[in-house]
Design a protein around this ligand. Structure first.
Ligand code: FAD
Length: 381
């Protein structure tokens, strides 16, 4: 194998494969330390991959909104859908706005892989280090050395190390003088303090909630889990939570006052699972009596259901987190090209950057949009 390439792509995941499928340059190598491409694509969206969302704006992301906006605009959700539909992918819309693969995430991976096959694919090969001599990068892998004019770092974040996640992208960024934004697990369950341990007995129950984290409101279902709380609303809340209190409204669509005159028992009249209602009553030291018979102070006590505040102990960690928030600081990346402002020819795309989406297909959309911008820039060169 001739070891001189126009572009070396580090990572055969969503962004690396999308880039490889779009780039027209002839001599491209993809380095992937797994034995197969796209391991995370296959487990995304429960095996069906939520590839994008009907409504995508920069507000669905944590990170620099101006930076994200210009990149998302270059390859938006409609272009993404059209792109994959033209290549034969069948999608279905779920919950009115989330687009999943109709059959399996493998269909998406097959399209991306097929388009990338014209390149040199180095599987089971780990990127160890990159050096730059004049305009050429020297890329050291676990098996060989390569040279290239351009390097695209598409190595993702730290979530799910069991399927290949590593910190190599951050190490390379730091080596080339890039600032980093502190990383943390995101789109992940939250663990509890002792005072909320009564939640653990509710393991398996889910309910609709609205969670307030700082200025953000995250609506959706909450799932009581053995280790803490999870479910879509909690995963979204974890994106914005750093430390300190969150507030959960367990009756998001109603006022407690509307039940004031009911002669039914509290656990019957509260529109939530009886087990959850009973757990709250025990926690609040209230009897399960007729709602109308609650004294003023008891009623005030019960109002906690609408504004249950506590500081989570932490998160379920990187190995359960769908994404990693933080990463390479976007102030040193050119949003028109995804190229480093510090180092000519060095590109960063996908999750390795400090742009993290909410639940709902936003992270794959980010991987595709950022990959397009980088490929488009190299195609123009
Ligand atoms: C369980 C789960 C479900 C998800 N579901 C969805 C969903 O439905 N919709 C959505 O939008 N997002 C979802 N996500 C998030 C989404 O999958 C990621 O944000 C996206 O795949 C990131 O793409 P990426 O290319 O930046 O990184 P990745 O897809 O993680 O690719 C990085 C690649 O780099 C490789 N690599 C790392 N280090 C090295 C090294 N040293 N040498 C060589 N190769 C290396 C890795 O093996 C990996 O293949 C989910 C994530 C998880 C974990």
């Amino acid at each position: 194998m001739n070891n001189i390439f126009d572009v070396v792509v580090v990572g055969g995941g969503a962004s690396g494969l999308m880039f490889s499928s779009l780039v027209k340059t002839k001599k491209v190598a993809i380095i992937e330390h797994n034995q197969k491409l796209g391991a995370k694509i296959l487990i995304s969206g429960g095996g069906k991959c939520n590839i994008t969302n009907e409504f995508v704006t920069e507000k669905n992301f944590l990170g620099n909104h101006d930076f994200a906006k210009s990149i998302l605009k270059s390859f938006d959700q409609n272009v993404t859908l059209r792109h994959f539909h033209q290549k034969g992918l069948k999608t279905i819309k779920i919950k009115n706005n989330q687009y999943f693969c109709e059959k399996s995430a493998k269909d998406l991976l097959d399209i991306l892989t097929k388009e990338s096959k014209r390149h040199t694919i180095l599987l089971g090969e780990e990127l160890l280090d990159i050096e730059q001599n004049r305009d050429i990068f020297n890329i050291k892998t676990s098996k060989r050395e390569l040279n290239a004019k351009n390097v695209v770092i598409a190595s993702g974040g730290l979530s799910y190390s069991s399927i290949g996640a590593s910190d190599i992208g951050y190490k390379i960024a730091s080596k080339f003088g890039h600032k980093m934004v502190k990383t943390a697990p995101a789109l992940v369950g939250l663990t509890l303090q002792k005072e909320q341990f009564f939640f653990k007995e509710l393991s398996g129950i889910s309910c609709e909630v609205s969670i307030k984290v700082g200025e953000q409101i995250c609506k959706g279902s909450l799932l009581f889990a053995h280790k803490g709380i999870s479910g879509p609303a909690v995963l979204d809340a974890s994106l914005y939570w750093e430390k300190g209190e969150i507030s959960i409204d367990f009756l998001p669509d109603m006022k407690l006052e509307d039940l004031r005159s009911s002669n039914k028992n509290i656990s019957t009249v509260l529109p939530m699972s009886k087990r959850l209602a009973m757990a709250f009553l025990t926690h609040l030291d209230l009897d399960d009596k007729k709602f109308s018979s609650l004294s003023k102070s008891e009623f005030e006590k019960l109002k906690i259901i609408k504004d249950y505040r506590f500081a989570p102990a932490g998160t379920f960690g990187y190995n359960k987190a769908e994404v990693t928030k933080g990463g390479v600081d976007t102030s040193e990346i050119n949003p028109k090209s995804m190229m480093s402002i510090k180092c000519q020819g060095l590109y960063f795309i996908g999750e390795v950057l400090d742009v993290t989406g909410q639940l709902g297909g936003y992270n794959l959309q980010w991987a595709f949009s950022s990959a397009f911008v980088a490929a488009n820039n190299i195609n123009k060169e």
